[in-house]
Design a protein around this ligand. Structure first.
Ligand code: GTP
Ligand code: MG
Length: 232
C-alpha cells in the first residue's frame, strides 16, 4: 500500500449474484446501510495488505511495501438480502507500530488475524494477536484466523489441519487464502458478512464513532494529513 495514507474508495462494491439494482436501490432508500469495521492484524509480511488489495481491486503486487501505521479503505458489499459497508483498517505488522493498534481493535466489530502458511513464527504469533483482541473486546467481536499464501505449497510449514485446530481451540473462524492466486478472498469476506446478521443495530449505533477517528500525520510516515474523518 503506497505511502500508507488514509484511502477512501468510492462505491466500487462487489455485486453478489441475486441482488438486482432495483433491490439495491430500494434498500438504499428504505434503511440506512449497516456499517462494520474490520481490523486486519498479523505479523509483518503475512499478506494483510495483499488480501485487502485483492478484495478491493482484484490486483496483486509481488513487491513488498510495508504498511506504515494504519491504512483505511472502505467498500460496499451487495449481498443477496442486504447491503453492507465494510470499513477496512489495515494495520502494520512491524513491531514499532504495535502501540497504535489497540485503539483500532477497540473500535472494530470484526478482527481478521492473518498468518503466512510458510512461516511457523507468524502462525505461533497469531495467539498473541488474538490475545490482544480479547484484551480489548472480550468475546464481543467476530474473529477469523486466516492462513495466507497457500500458493507456496512447497514452502508450506503450517498444515491446514494445524490451522483448523488452532482456530477451534481459540473459538474463532478459519479459512486459508492466497492473495496471489485470488483463492478464497471473496469467500473470506462472505464468511465475515454471513456472521454479521443481528449486529446491524449495534453497528449503526457505533457508526457515530466514525467522526472521532483521526489519524495523526506521524502515524502515516510523515505523509499528507489524513482526509477529513468521514461517515462513509
Ligand atoms: P505489513 O504491512 O508489513 O504488516 O505486511 P502485510 O501483512 O501487509 O504483507 P503484504 O500484503 O505487504 O505482503 C508481503 C509480501 O508477501 C509481498 O511481497 C506480497 O507480494 C507477498 N504475498 C502476499 N500475499 C501472498 C500470497 O498469497 N502468495 C504469495 N506467494 N505471496 C504473497
Ligand atoms: Mg501491509
Amino acid at each position: 500500500m503506497e505511502g500508507a495514507s488514509v484511502v477512501e474508495t468510492g462505491e466500487t462494491g462487489e455485486r453478489e449474484e441475486g441482488a438486482s439494482t432495483m433491490e439495491q436501490a430500494a434498500q438504499a432508500t428504505v434503511q440506512p446501510m449497516a456499517k462494520y469495521k474490520l481490523v486486519f492484524l498479523g505479523d509483518q509480511s503475512v499478506g494483510k495488505t495483499s488480501i485487502i488489495t485483492r478484495f478491493m481491486y482484484d490486483k496483486f503486487d509481488s513487491t513488498y511495501q510495508a504498511t506504515i501505521g494504519i491504512d483505511f479503505l472502505s467498500k460496499t458489499m451487495y449481498l443477496e438480502d442486504r447491503t453492507v459497508r465494510l470499513q477496512l483498517w489495515d494495520t502494520a505488522g512491524q513491531e514499532r507500530f504495535r502501540s497504535l493498534i489497540p485503539s483500532y481493535i477497540r473500535d472494530s466489530s470484526v478482527a481478521v488475524v492473518v498468518y503466512d502458511v510458510t512461516s511457523q513464527t507468524s502462525f505461533a504469533n497469531t495467539v498473541r494477536w488474538i490475545k490482544d483482541v480479547r484484551a480489548e473486546r472480550d468475546s464481543d467481536v467476530i474473529m477469523v484466523l486466516v492462513g495466507n499464501k497457500t500458493d507456496l505449497s512447497e514452502k508450506r510449514q503450517v498444515t491446514v489441519e494445524e490451522g483448523e485446530a488452532k482456530a477451534k481451540e481459540l473459538g474463532v473462524m478459519f479459512i486459508e487464502t492466497s492473495a496471489k492466486g485470488g483463492v478464497n478472498i471473496k469467500a473470506l469476506f462472505r464468511k465475515i458478512a454471513s456472521s454479521l446478521p443481528g449486529m446491524e443495530s449495534v453497528s449503526i449505533s457505533r457508526a457515530k464513532n466514525l467522526v472521532d477517528v483521526k489519524l495523526e500525520p506521524n502515524m502515516q510516515g510523515g505523509g499528507a494529513p489524513p482526509a477529513a474523518a468521514c461517515s462513509c
